[in-house]
Write a protein that binds this ligand. Sequence first.
Ligand SMILES: NC(=O)c1ccc[n+]([C@@H]2O[C@H](COP(=O)([O-])OP(=O)(O)OC[C@H]3O[C@@H](n4cnc5c(N)ncnc54)[C@H](O)[C@@H]3O)[C@@H](O)[C@H]2O)c1
Ligand SMILES: O=C(O)CC[C@@H](O)C(=O)O
Length: 525
Amino acid sequence: MTIKVLIGDSLAPGAIDIFKARGIEVDVKVGLSQDELADIIGDYDGLAVRSACKPNAAVFAKADKLKVVGRAGIGVDNIDIPAATAKGVAVMNTPFGNAVTTAEHAIAMLFAAARQIPAASARTQNGEWPKKDYVGTELFAKTLGLIGAGNIGSLVAERALGIKMKVVAFDPYLTEERAVELGVEKVELDELLARADAITLHTPLTDQTRNILSRENLGKTKKGVIIVNCARGGLVDEEALKDLLDNGHITAAALDVFETEPAKEHALFGTRGFIATPHLGASTVEAQDNVAFQVAEQMADYLLTGAVSNALNMPSITAEEAPRLKPFAELAEKLGEFAGQISTEGFDAVEIDYEGEVCELNRKPLTSAALAGIMRASMKDVNMVSAPTVLKERGIDLKESTQEDSDTYDSLIRIKVRVGGKWRTIAGTIVNGQSRIVAVKDMALEAKFRPFILFINNNDEAGFIGSLGSILGEAGVNIATFNLGREEQGGDAIAMVGIDQDVPAEAMAKIEALTQVRYAKVLRF
Ligand SMILES: NC(=O)c1ccc[n+]([C@@H]2O[C@H](COP(=O)([O-])OP(=O)(O)OC[C@H]3O[C@@H](n4cnc5c(N)ncnc54)[C@H](O)[C@@H]3O)[C@@H](O)[C@H]2O)c1
Ligand SMILES: O=C(O)CC[C@@H](O)C(=O)O
């Protein structure tokens, strides 16, 4: 049977050759609207994209043959991953192929902003020779504030140190050891804002990073600061950026990414000190070859052999191992997601214990699945392949242990994450092929994973369940399941409430204010 792939964005031509050499038919259709894509997607087994092609739920609804979407690049915000997962479509990216190129663009933007090169060039070529208007800022010995010290942030730090800048970094997941290795000083955000002469951003866009350079935070920066964003639109308050450029608090700003793209009109355009590029961070021949060739190989492997690599929504497992490993990989990833969501302040060690029959299996993909789950709360685009490398690079300790007998269950996986010197622990098993949570903080219970779980750590005192039920009822939140665990009567206790919808902020505040509640959070799976 013919296997067909659609290339929906401008990819380096070598990708077509790779698909064809492996016997896969290829169509290239760039610039399709979502409706046009939905009309034709039913013919294809694979879809290769960059960032302009945006397969949404309506596209996946019609993607009856589709098995894989490959992103030639890092960010997958243009792909509706829950819709892809619901349709059984693997989503893969290429986590490292364009990192150097993007770091170089950030550094180029920094220099361009410090010396106002684009404006000076335009006016010089216009015959003005405006020498007096462009007295720039030297970067030597200045402080660069790095928000996000992952792949690209680390490369930017190396380069900034090379031009003799001092680098301070804010990243809750950067360990002191990794900071020392990189030669940067780990600081809190407020300290970075107060000390940096230039700030560059290198985080994904998540609930925690959206608007991280808000009007308030931009107001805390040094007068004369330079702002560079080559990561994602939405990290910087664009309106506030304009106001602060206009009043001279910010000397210069360079954006490669915008809240709405393509940004063909924008209030910032024409503002003094402002530089824009059209999401060019990854646009070099080298990076585009890297990501296009890699995505074509990964997609072809998956379509022809079932091998999964760099997948964001499914574990990497070989075809032979698949049937036995799959439920345990799903369990490990979900337990990891639980642990990650209750550790968003940052953690410095992870332990994974395998007990019982699961010890006989290849545990590497299980550990990778668990780590991807743990880190997903802070790094949206992390996957099973990149998770272990990233963990190691950051100097986060990982210990695995096995115990061939399990006291109660045929198999048990326990994940422990250390936050501020204290361990947060969750354990689970498989019951009738489905993942179950069987202990939290070593308190036994049995709960299914659901799209929304309200997790509460409380004191075991009378009246708590009634008050909680009333608050949820008044907020119109339906309870689907309710599981409780406790250390001893009157002691530490947990409640896992499976709910049919998210809890409104007002109701959440009331829950947190209950005298028995120590910690409450809605977890999403
Ligand atoms: N402009 C472009 O063309 C282009 C090209 C490639 C990547 N990108 C974007 O650059 C960004 C960085 O990519 P990467 O490969 O370095 O990602 P990465 O996952 O390796 O690093 C992201 C870093 O952000 C940190 N982080 C998460 N939450 C944070 C928070 N609340 N505060 C501070 N730091 C936080 C993480 O710990 C991590 O170290 C992504 O948004 C990616 O999509 C843009
Ligand atoms: O494909 C591009 O040009 C942008 C890629 C970049 O935003 C990424 O996240 O990898």
